[in-house]
Design a protein around this ligand. Structure first.
Ligand SMILES: [Zn+2]
Length: 442
């Protein structure tokens, strides 16, 4: 199979190239990459592009389209093993490539928990057999995510884990967190911290404030997150071990991370599209599809998150893809599972930051590619000759409507159903595999 992409506007933060080019992919490898005169057009025009498919050859006139390296999602839940009724590695990675992700890091809260190498090997073998893209397991910090006893971190690292996290459960004991940070530094993979003080969040179901009071729901104060962000930053500072803060949702967390970075503390952070696309208003009608942990916050927090992305206080956009079955969500609000099926909407929701001039396109792509790769030490070569093809073709202006029933993820739990979004992945090429979403457009 040969794929020829002409006149694509490439933005590749890995090779630091940004220009119009022709790309030829043969048998999964980029065989030719020809950059054209910068003068040709620095800004893609809006001429319609064309796709021509023959049995062994795909030709794309990509004028007006962009080509980016395949995106990396450093925070997803693929649910396998143990919760295959919510998602499998096959369906989760299919949702990934549809959303433009060619690398997915999967959290350890499976059943059994990924706290020993057997589970890591199982995930990697399954991904190899049935996966549609690269899968990087994240090992548990503590055995059974119980927060009591460290997992075999060195063995997990050796088995292929790229980071450690008890995501879903915070490590409440500061001494255990200290030891975890020290071990993680020794084995060369960061701790990804789900920051939540369980005593402060105490079975809360949404952000604590006027709205939770009005709705009669128990709230989770911002302090539940910020207390732990502060604690982990202090531990990170004292023991100088790599720390990554997961799904930042509050202005207070942003302020703490900003100050820590200014002091040279080796902390990095991520947020998710829902924290800059929505506020707590999304749960006003008890919509369980907008129930997430940490909860959606206020407009002030949303603005602070956007500013933090702009100022590079938040380094990464991750999905926290958390697919659930209908039964997990069709319950009273307090009991509903937390999470959004996020892989298929993440890029388009994030492109709004570019359309609204919060971020440049280059900055946005950095947060989806080179930044997570650097934090996790995932070796990616970007778009260059003789490298494996790992790229996406994107129309950043194409309008589409989110229809949850069209999700390829088994999780249809999205608060964005019916939303009009701008920006669509038309094709994902990952080695010899390619996924053509072009033809789905009516
Ligand atoms: Zn989490």
């Amino acid at each position: 199979m040969i794929i020829k992409i002409y006149n694509a506007y490439i933005i590749d933060p890995f090779t630091d190239k940004e220009a119009v080019a022709d790309i030829v992919v043969e048998n999964g490898i980029i065989s030719r990459l020809i950059f054209k005169s910068q003068a040709l057009s620095l800004k893609p025009d809006t001429k319609p592009s064309a796709l021509n498919i023959k049995p062994d050859l795909i030709e794309i006139d990509a004028r007006g389209l962009y080509v980016f390296p395949g995106l990396i999602d450093m925070h997803a839940h693929l649910r396998e093993p143990g919760y295959e009724y919510k998602e499998t590695i096959r369906t989760g990675t299919l949702a990934a490539v549809k959303g433009g992700f060619t690398s997915v890091c999967c959290m350890a809260n499976t059943n059994p928990v990924n706290d020993n190498p057997e589970v890591t090997y199982y995930i990697l073998a399954k991904a190899n057999e049935e996966g549609n893209c690269d899968v990087y397991p994240i090992g548990a910090i503590t055995k059974g995510l119980k927060g009591e006893e460290l997992s075999e971190m060195a063995m997990l690292r050796q088995a292929g884990c790229v980071a450690f996290s008890d995501d879903g459960m915070p490590v409440m004991n500061a001494m255990i967190m200290r030891r975890a940070l020290e071990y993680s530094k020794a084995v060369g993979a960061p701790i990804i911290s789900h920051c939540e003080d369980l005593f402060l969040s105490e079975n809360g179901a949404m952000n604590e404030g006027k709205l939770s009071f009005y709705m009669g729901l128990k709230g989770i104060p911002r302090a539940a997150e910020e207390v732990m962000v502060a604690r982990d930053i202090i531990l990170c500072k004292h023991f100088h071990a790599p720390l990554h803060i997961a799904h930042v949702s509050t202005k207070g967390s942003v302020d703490l991370i900003k100050k820590a970075k200014e002091e040279g503390v080796p902390v990095t952070a991520e947020t998710c599209p829902h924290y800059f696309s929505l506020t707590e208003e999304a749960v006003r009608d008890y919509n369980t599809n907008a129930k997430v942990n940490p909860p959606l916050r206020t407009e002030q927090d949303r603005e602070a998150i956007k500013e933090a992305l702009k100022e590079a206080v938040v380094d990464v956009i991750a999905t926290d893809h958390a697919p659930h079955s209908l039964d997990d969500k069709n319950t009273p609000f307090q009991e509903a599972a937390n999470g959004i099926s996020g892989l298929e909407t993440a890029l388009a929701l994030s492109l709004k930051l570019v359309h609204d001039k919060v971020l440049t396109l280059r900055q946005l792509i950095e947060k989806f590619t080179v930044n997570p790769a650097n934090i996790l030490k995932i070796n990616k070569s970007g778009i260059k000759e003789k490298a494996e093809a790992d790229l996406i073709v994107v129309d950043i202006n194409r309008q589409w409507t989110v229809k949850k029933e069209e999700f390829v993820s088994m999780g249809k739990n999205t608060p964005f159903d019916g939303w009009q979004l701008k920006g669509k992945v038309l094709m994902t090429v990952k080695g010899r595999k390619f996924f053509n979403m072009w033809q789905e457009d009516k």
